[in-house]
Design a protein around this ligand. Structure first.
Ligand code: IMP
Ligand code: MG
Length: 198
């Protein structure tokens, strides 16, 4: 006989989270079209190899790849730098390498967000050693106020204020990635604290 399920202690402790839209899905899509055109203009005759950082960069990569005309290939890499919260450890670790070599290719690193820049600095050093023909960076979001590492992106979707954002690939403890828009996450009363200490 199945027993009736009562809400466990976890349900009772769930934080009161809410998400306020910062950039609508429509604006994201329009901006991606512009970036795709710009990239093709900068490299009119080259096959382009997009390399995205799992998992946050997947939607940006798939939308961007389909918007760039001509020959495009892509690959994925995974690094870990954040735990299960909004705080950064500042440590970057490779957890999944690329499938194919980037040597001699025109490589565009496709990242969800440029925050402290530690992740991008790590990736650029790694890829430079592998001798691509060109190495460029496209980020959907940039939080310039938070920069620690001396890195910049060649293509930026939107510059945003120092807030913790979710959606369009970006997560909070693996949730919210599937939103079509980017929104500011509010965690009950202490969101700002989480975002600024990160
Ligand atoms: P960085 O190494 O500090 O530049 O951080 C890069 C990574 O941190 C991104 O690829 C995201 O996975 C994560 N991150 C930074 N800021 C946010 C945010 O506001 N929301 C969700 N993830 C973030
Ligand atoms: Mg992430």
């Amino acid at each position: 006989m199945p027993q009736s399920k009562k809400p466990g202690p976890q349900a009772a402790k769930a934080p009161r989270e809410s998400v306020k839209i910062l950039i609508t899905g429509g604006r994201i899509q329009r901006r991606i079209q512009e970036i795709a055109k710009q990239i093709r203009k900068d490299f009119p005759d080259e096959p382009l190899h997009l390399v995205s950082v799992l998992k946050g960069g997947v939607f940006f990569l798939t939308d961007l790849a389909r918007s760039i005309s001509g020959e495009v290939s892509f690959d994925f890499i995974a690094v870990s730098s954040y735990g299960q919260n909004t705080h950064s450890s500042g440590q970057v670790r490779l957890t999944r390498d690329l499938d194919s070599s980037v040597e001699g290719k025109t490589v565009i690193v496709v990242e969800d967000i440029l925050d402290t820049g530690m992740t991008l600095q790590y990736l650029l050093r790694l890829f430079e050693q592998r001798k691509p023909k060109h190495l460029r960076v496209a980020v959907l979001l940039d939080k310039p106020e938070r920069r620690i590492a001396d890195v910049r992106a060649d293509y930026v979707g939107f510059s945003i204020p120092n807030e913790f954002v979710v959606g369009y690939g970006l997560d909070y403890a693996e949730r919210y990635r599937n939103l079509r828009y980017v929104g500011i996450l509010t965690l009950g009363s202490d969101t700002k604290k989480g975002a600024s200490e990160k």
